[in-house]
Ligand binder design. Structure first.
Ligand code: 5GP
Ligand code: MG
Length: 190
């Protein structure tokens, strides 16, 4: 990520989409600083342990790509695709795995990386799924956290930034598949 990435557009740029206004909630410089801080903590905790990092698609892909490049020790990366949202902005509570694990987790030091913990339903569901496969250890890292929305008790080991109960996009996070390419995290104002 560089400082010459474009600013967020004033209006929805996609043809056929209803106009939406974007307001920057977390600037790119803040994201970069928090990603570095998380990477420092992870580096300190996982030195010499060769972790398996599991990114949850699609929302975590930009965060994951930035995070792992600050880790200067051997890691394995795997990706799963979970879906609970469809095109709506409220969690359905139904978690589907659209693409599963390829790397065995048994006896590995597993770190799950996600974009946002909201109700906590998808992560707690997926963490249970991983736990059943007997990793040596299991920890969770999220860029954003909406603690006021939690419905299940889930421990998140590495939290980037806590945000209020607002629907956000950008830095990999979408609204109906738009806005993943924004460099800042923005709130969508209808
Ligand atoms: P949870 O199961 O914790 O309610 O939510 C899981 C997923 O919903 C998050 O990983 C994220 O992909 C999506 N999500 C939660 N809040 C938001 C939001 O504000 N914006 C978008 N685009 N996705 C969100
Ligand atoms: Mg997600």
């Amino acid at each position: 990520m560089t400082d010459d990435c474009p600013p967020p557009p004033a209006d929805s740029p996609a043809a056929g989409a209803a106009p939406q206004r974007l307001r920057v909630l977390i600037e790119r410089q803040t994201l970069a600083r928090e990603v570095r801080r998380l990477a420092q903590e992870i580096t300190r905790d996982y030195q010499g342990r060769y972790p398996l990092i599991i990114g949850i698609l699609k929302g975590s892909f930009v965060f994951l790509a930035d995070l792992i490049r600050y880790l200067d020790f051997p890691v394995t990366i795997d990706l799963v695709r979970l879906s609970s949202y469809g095109s709506q902005t409220v969690s359905s509570g139904q978690v589907k795995m659209l693409h599963g694990l390829e790397v065995p987790v048994r006896d590995r030091h597993v770190l799950i990386v996600d974009d946002i913990v909201d109700t906590g339903l998808s992560l707690s569901h997926f963490a249970d799924y991983v736990r059943q496969r007997e990793p040596a250890t299991l920890k969770i890292c999220t860029l954003l956290d909406k603690p006021s929305r939690r419905q299940v008790d889930i421990h998140v080991d590495y939290v980037g930034i806590a945000i209020p109960d607002q629907f956000v996009v950008g830095y990999g996070i979408d609204c109906d598949e738009q806005y993943r390419n924004l460099c800042d995290v923005c709130v969508v104002e209808e």
